[in-house]
Design a protein around this ligand. Structure first.
Ligand SMILES: Cc1cc2nc3c(=O)[nH]c(=O)nc-3n(C[C@H](O)[C@H](O)[C@H](O)COP(=O)(O)OP(=O)(O)OC[C@H]3O[C@@H](n4cnc5c(N)ncnc54)[C@H](O)[C@@H]3O)c2cc1C
Length: 355
């Protein structure tokens, strides 16, 4: 899948049939009514085999389902959520723009003009992941530029991927290759009013509620990838021989593997704790951010340690280690960078805003 950059539709169908895609969706809409702890475990397990499938589950089912549950009307929920749970439709998120993802509101030029029964959408997004396989793009656009605060005047739309005026250009990525990412051009796209999600001009506040989930599930992705790297490295250290003994007998390798296991444990505990707090409805903002930071950073160290254990074979595409190493690197920058996480934690500790 990684080599061919092919999305595994068969696996997606199996996930739907097994009820996994319905986990983040309330029972009233055909789901299982799971909480973030349930989603964390699924994302972790998927990412142990494929960061791409883990990310797609996270983006379409978790992010998509949660966005709809947070801001959609009752009619929209009844229309889309059961189809999402059955794996019949997929969503992707089209938020980041070429001029910047961290200062996403400052950089946002995509706009939608209100024409009563429809909006006309114009602009360009970048990194919209799974846009090729998605049926709907969740597009965040400016609907009012005469506002005092950048966060005002933003709206969220469900845009039919096949609508006239939507054009995709594939990006060539380092990792997470089984799910492709795209630049998306919106050129006078007519979006029916019924596809506005939530209230016009209040969109940014509506999606803020998802941020902690996003942090926790990013940490879960890293956890699965780091666990996979550890598992493979341990196995390799037992089997590979040098100087007539398994390389795992050398203290240098043994200590590296012991550290890898310890870091995986640390990531797991912090991720589960944040998920547990969130599932109880308790404030988890600082824990969710810290979990993402530790997971991306230490997870990267774990996969790098795995690369070293494999010696020259770390560079062979016949081994999965290089894939874990490439895949996990994303999470130090996306969906949110380590620097912004540190800014957030600093502010929460009472330090002045740095930007
Ligand atoms: C593979 C991949 C998949 C993605 N999928 C999606 C998707 O599906 N949908 C979507 O909308 N987006 C997606 N993104 C976009 C992702 O969310 C952004 O790349 C991310 O938010 C960073 O934005 P940027 O790339 O514009 O970096 P920039 O914002 O340009 O940042 C560059 C550097 O400056 C640092 N920086 C910026 N501001 C500050 C500050 N105030 N303090 C300290 N440091 C700062 C950043 O931390 C970073 O290190 C994806 C990205 C990738 C790479």
């Amino acid at each position: 899948m990684d080599e061919k950059e092919e999305f595994p539709h068969k696996i997606w169908k199996a996930l739907a049939e097994g009820g996994f895609l319905g986990i983040p969706i309330a029972e009233a809409y055909g789901g299982a009514g799971g909480d973030v702890l349930d989603m964390t475990i699924v994302v972790e397990e998927l990412a142990r085999r494929s960061g791409s499938i883990g990310l797609t589950f996270f983006m379409s089912s978790c992010f998509g389902a949660k966005t709809l549950q947070l801001c959609a009307s009752e009619e929209q929920k009844r229309k889309y959520l059961p189809l999402l749970a059955q794996g019949k439709i997929m969503f992707s998120l089209s938020l980041t723009e070429p001029d910047g993802g961290t200062d996403v509101l400052g950089a946002m030029k995509t706009n939608a003009v209100d024409h009563g029964d429809h909006f006309l959408l114009n602009g360009q997004k970048v990194w919209t992941t799974s846009a090729n396989v998605a049926d709907f793009l969740i597009v965040v656009a400016r609907t009012n530029d005469k506002v005092a605060k950048k966060a005002d005047g933003i709206s969220v739309f469900l845009v039919d991927k096949n609508a006239p005026g939507v054009r995709l250009r594939k990006l060539d990525k380092l990792g997470i290759r089984a799910t492709q990412s795209f630049e998306v051009f919106y050129d006078n796209v007519k979006v029916p009013r019924e596809n506005l999600l939530g209230e016009k001009d209040k969109g940014f506040y509506q999606i803020l509620g998802m941020l902690n989930n996003e942090r926790i599930l990013t940490a879960a992705l890293c956890l699965g990838e780091a666990q996979a790297a550890f598992d493979d490295a341990l196995q390799y250290a037992k089997e590979r021989k040098a100087f007539g003994r398994p390389i795992g007998q050398f203290q240098a390798i043994q200590h590296k593997i012991a550290w890898m296991r310890t870091k995986v444990e640390l990531i797991r505990l912090m991720t589960y704790k944040a998920a547990w707090l969130q599932s109880l409805g308790r404030d988890c903002a600082i824990e969710a951010n810290m979990a993402k930071l530790v997971a991306a950073d230490f997870g990267g160290e774990v996969t790098d340690g795995g690369m070293q254990v494999l010696g020259g074979y770390c560079y062979s595409r016949e081994y999965d280690m290089q894939r874990y190493w490439r895949d996990i690197r994303l999470h130090k920058v996306g969906p949110v960078s380590d620097e912004m996480i540190l800014n957030f934690i600093g502010e929460r500790l009472g330090l002045p805003k740095s930007y």
